[in-house]
Design a protein around this ligand. Structure first.
Ligand code: AMP
Ligand code: GLY
Length: 425
């Protein structure tokens, strides 16, 4: 079958790498892709906000399945767009319809869904400009630190954690009065701060059944020891040792099953990945957030551990037959280290020549912000997160050792990476 994968990050290179190994695949297209995906399939220059041009490509290239990597097209209703169009409605889309993608697209929607379904999460209230005073009152009922979240999509930057009340009140005003996150902060969710250790849990759902995928831990902060500003993610580890059987059974009973039955009860047919951003408080899991897609860089350590044929799994999502599949996982550790541009997550330069990838031995390199210099035939940096180096090992240390050895082989001006991925495990 012919598959179109949407997206251009490390997550999409990892997915493309995996899809390209399937005997069920005929042709793989990635839009817009990066220098790495161009080696596993054919990149298409499509704008992911322009669903009509995606439709035209699907028809022209006889695409049999569309897999959506990032959240934006899902929250903007790409799945619904396909279902509403006579000519492409037969093409399965892996990724939820808009209503379900609201689990990520609106933090208030997600919170209300969790409350309706008894899913553990931080206590919260939602405010808009007309209820600013009530928001300030609510802040007074909480204790520091204070968590403020823009309701809508804000490229992963919409959560502000304030150390004191004054700062929190100022930030709330800024979000509501000055629209500091544009339309995304028309509503602000204020919630109780939870103290614990985070992890990312993933399922693949077909609308009725689901399969649990390997969990992973992501390192979001730019600096060693989890300090400094948030990034898209600086590295990941899978499996997560503290996610033992007892803990994962709680995740299943208290979070995954109520989420699935809640979706069903609300008439939402969820076909795609659900990413549960969890925090372990004491011995119990709480939901920090839902995402309607896989995580990046979690995918770069999750996918190399997955032994299944991914195309076969996606076909089962489309046919609603995931109950006939089982997940098979490599028990080894996977460790992924992200190489980023100097200055990231603030301003950084692009277009730096990437050298040394051919010297990498016993690791996988997944490109993220890269593009091919078509004249010279080499890859150049084209984003803050440039590439992820993933390795497997019997222990986390062995996997990390390989990733760090190979991270040193790759060079581009201003290359930076965290040297302490996995430090807290
Ligand atoms: P989110 O975009 O919702 O994942 O939030 C980004 C990050 O903010 C999370 O990964 C957490 O580290 C932190 N965070 C969000 N909500 C809370 C909370 N209620 N308590 C503590 N930390 C939080
Ligand atoms: N790694 C976190 C995310 O993809 O949102």
């Amino acid at each position: 079958m012919n598959i179109l994968l949407l997206g251009s990050g490390g997550r999409e290179h990892a997915l493309a790498w995996k899809l390209s190994q399937s005997p069920l695949l005929t042709k793989l297209y990635i839009a817009p892709g990066n220098a790495g995906t161009s080696k596993t399939g054919t990149n298409l220059e499509l704008d992911l906000t322009d669903f009509h041009s995606i439709r035209d490509a699907v028809i022209a290239l006889n695409i049999n399945m569309v897999i959506v990597g990032p959240e934006d097209p899902l929250v903007n209703g790409i799945h619904d767009f396909f279902l509403a169009d006579q000519d492409i409605r037969h093409v399965p889309v892996i990724g939820p319809v808009k209503k379900a993608a609201m689990l990520e697209g609106s933090k208030d929607f997600a919170k209300q869904f969790m409350n309706r379904n008894g899913i553990p999460t931080a206590r919260h209230q939602t405010f808009d400009i007309t209820s600013l005073d009530k928001g300030i009152e609510f802040l007074h009922t909480l204790s520091a630190p204070y968590v403020l979240k823009a309701d809508g999509l804000a490229s992963g930057k919409g959560v502000i954690i304030c150390k004191d009340l004054g700062e929190a009140v100022k930030e709330l005003r800024h979000m509501l009065e000055d629209s500091s996150f544009g339309a995304a902060s028309q509503q602000v969710v204020i919630e109780e701060f939870l103290s614990g250790i985070e992890l990312s849990v993933f399922i693949l759902a077909d609308g009725k059944n689901y399969l649990l995928l390997p969990e992973a831990k992501d390192y979001k902060k730019i600096g060693e020891g989890d300090t400094g500003p948030n990034t898209g993610g600086m590295g990941s580890i899978s499996p997560v040792p503290f996610a033992d059987d007892i803990f994962m059974e709680k995740v299943k009973q208290q979070i995954i099953l109520p989420t699935m039955s809640g979706l069903l009860a609300e008439g939402i047919e969820y076909k795609g990945f659900i990413f549960f951003g969890l925090i372990k408080v004491g011995e119990d899991p709480y939901v920090i957030e839902y995402n309607c897609r896989l995580g990046d860089p979690e995918t770069e350590s999750l996918i190399p551990r997955l032994r299944n044929d991914l195309v076969q799994l996606f076909k089962a999502v489309a046919n609603q037959s995931l109950d006939t599949e089982t997940i098979s996982v490599d028990p080894q550790f996977a460790a992924s280290v992200m190489l980023v541009s100097n200055g990231y997550p603030e301003a950084y330069e692009k277009g730096k020549v990437i050298a040394g990838e051919e010297k990498v031995n016993d690791s996988l390199v997944f490109h993220a912000g890269t593009k091919l210099n078509s004249e010279k035939g080499h890859a150049v940096s084209n984003g803050g997160r440039v590439m992820a180096v993933t390795s497997m090992g019997l222990t986390m240390q062995e996997a990390l050792g390989k990733s760090y050895k190979n991270a040193a082989q790759i060079n581009f001006e201003g290359k930076h990476f965290r040297t302490d991925i996995g430090f807290d495990l």
